[in-house]
Design a protein around this ligand. Structure first.
Ligand SMILES: [Zn+2]
Ligand SMILES: [Zn+2]
Length: 553
């Protein structure tokens, strides 16, 4: 009896395995477009952080999966010199870094080595990555672990992960995961795909951001590889993740390059990153079917001659308001390969399905659905970065007018952890020389402090002139009675003195992120703090602040 049930269960499981991936032909595709479309994986961890294999093994897995590039994103603080781009097993390997912030993980690509450890407030890291010339991507915005999900949607991020394979399975129920595990042993790629859902919230967020400025969407493998893989937050837990190769076969980023790769790693990497920065990227869920080439043309209205203008995904459309889009997907859906597969019918173009309709302002995504696609709601088969039709934005008004301001008492003193050293040079400005205590991390800090004399409720900003002997961050903090709770905002300083305005509304709690800020008017001390958020034990330097005022807008 038991054996009979077992056999029945196994037959049931075998009969209901997720469908195999469909291999498509690119016959009929625009050859020039196909030649400069590079398929690759983005967001990969190796042994250099918490992945299971080294770069060469991961590149070999990418090559087996038919990919031509791999973008590595080890956990780090931006101070590690990345490996130069290189072809390994025929795969262009490019290094980026995944930075932990207080508001989630932020991936930086194409960035200069940071002069100090990047971390702390999400907005500060976004600002630093931009200053260092990098391209920043908000990682796994849908991660079910709150500490890992991206939270700061006001920060000017350059991109976001619309899909993250490592986050996708974590919201699945245990019984489903057991099923996935069984399927994985027999059909690994469709099994991984069966954990994907359409991330509606993130797609809505992306569309909303895209109404005013281009934000690039990427599909993140977040591959840690194999049975020895560890958890994304570096906790060291063994999770036994999917292999690199099967993750790479599940979906890919198709990047439309300016020209085909030429085999020179430095030049090709430049080409790749430039195209990613422009959003010339779309995602194909290869576990459903692939490869596929998508081509978009805009058609000017007949009054303008009706000409077809080829566009690249991610472009800004500039041919005027009376135009429509024309979308071609060569895969070739609707043709032989799809029909041959039982249970699969032709995928269909769903959004925007219209043609010959005037362009509305904003971001136009193209999404191709496939019947039988996994997920609840189903994952799109193809999702593109938008074509943008944006009005010229008005320049942001940073102009701050203050109706009143008053100098804070210049009775400066230093506070430290006891082992770090600091001294103040008096004068028209307070100049601090400091050295954090070397050795292990033990909450080293130095703080330039002055007590506020009952600043009153109306103040909205802290103003000061600041500079430093080399690029660094100081944390501007307000400290409150009775328990010395601190609220803070990180500020960048370098040798060029500049005027800084810190909005009280931007100040966040130092300890408990959920705490409500007390009225700034109750703050008892103002502090300029150097601590281990953006410095290392043993780091030293000099910074100066002058003309420190509290102001009302
Ligand atoms: Zn992450
Ligand atoms: Zn990661």
């Amino acid at each position: 009896m038991t054996a009979a049930i077992l056999v029945a269960v196994i037959f049931f499981l075998l009969a209901t395995l997720p469908p195999r991936s469909v291999t498509l032909s690119l016959e009929g595709a625009d050859a020039s477009l196909a030649g400069r479309t590079a398929r690759g994986a983005y967001h990969i961890h190796t042994k250099r952080s918490d992945g299971a294999e080294d770069k060469a093994a991961v590149a070999a897995a990418a090559a087996r999966a038919g990919l031509t590039f791999a973008i590595f994103t080890e956990h780090g603080d931006g101070t590690t010199v990345p490996d130069p781009p290189a072809y390994v097993h025929g795969v262009l390997c490019v290094d980026g870094v995944e930075i932990s912030t207080n508001g989630g993980h932020y991936v930086a690509l194409d960035m200069a080595v940071a002069p100090y450890p990047l971390g702390g407030e999400a907005a500060a890291v976004v600002e630093d990555v931009a200053r260092l010339g990098g391209f920043g991507v908000a990682a796994h915005p849908d991660h079910p672990k709150q500490a890992l999900a991206w939270t700061d949607w006001k920060a000017p991020i350059d991109g976001l992960e619309w899909l993250n394979a490592d986050a996708a399975w974590r919201d699945d129920k245990a019984v489903h995961l057991a099923r996935v595990l069984f399927d994985y042993l027999l059909r690994p790629v469709p099994a991984i795909a069966s954990t994907l859902d359409r991330p509606t919230r993130t797609l809505d967020r992306w569309a909303a951001l895209g109404q005013s400025r281009p934000v690039v969407g990427l599909a993140a493998a977040d591959a840690h590889g194999g049975a020895r893989a560890r958890d994304e937050d570096g906790g060291g837990t063994l999770i036994g993740g999917p292999s690199y190769e099967s993750t790479f076969r599940t979906f890919s980023n198709s990047v439309v390059l300016g020209r085909p790769f030429a085999g020179d790693a430095a030049g090709d990497s430049r080409l790749l990153l430039d195209a990613v920065r422009r959003g010339h990227v779309y995602t194909v869920i290869d576990a459903i079917a692939g490869p596929a080439i998508i081509a978009v043309r805009a058609q000017a209205a007949s009054s303008l001659g009706g000409a077809h203008v080829p566009l690249t995904i991610g472009d800004r459309a500039t041919i005027g308001p009376a135009a429509s889009f024309d979308v071609d997907v060569t895969g070739n859906f609707g043709e032989r390969p799809m029909r041959r597969v039982p249970g699969t019918s032709a995928p269909q173009l769903v959004a925007p399905a219209r043609r010959d309709e005037p362009l509305s302002e904003g971001a136009h995504f193209f999404e191709v659905a496939a019947h039988g696609a996994p997920g609840q709601p189903p994952i799109p088969w193809i999702l593109t970065n938008p074509i943008y039709f944006l009005r010229k934005g008005e320049p942001p008004t940073d102009d701050l007018h203050f109706v009143a301001s008053e100098a804070v008492p210049a009775a400066w003193r230093m506070e430290t952890d006891g082992r770090s050293r600091a001294s103040i040079a008096a004068g028209p400005q307070a100049t601090v020389s400091y050295q954090l205590a070397p050795g292990p991390r033990a909450s080293q800090f130095v703080a330039l402090v002055t007590d506020l004399r009952n600043p009153g409720p109306g103040f909205t900003h802290l103003l000061f002139k600041g500079s430093a002997s080399r690029p660094m961050r100081v944390s501007v903090q307000l400290r409150f009675l009775p328990d010395d709770r601190r609220w803070r905002k990180s500020v960048y300083l370098d040798t060029r003195p500049r005027e800084v305005a810190v909005a009280v509304s931007d100040i966040v709690p130092a300890d408990d992120p959920s705490a409500n800020a007390p009225s700034a008017g109750l703050a008892r001390s103002l502090m300029f703090v150097v601590d281990l958020v953006n410095a290392r034990p043993g780091d030293g330097g000099e910074f100066a602040v002058a003309d420190v005022r509290i102001a009302k807008r």
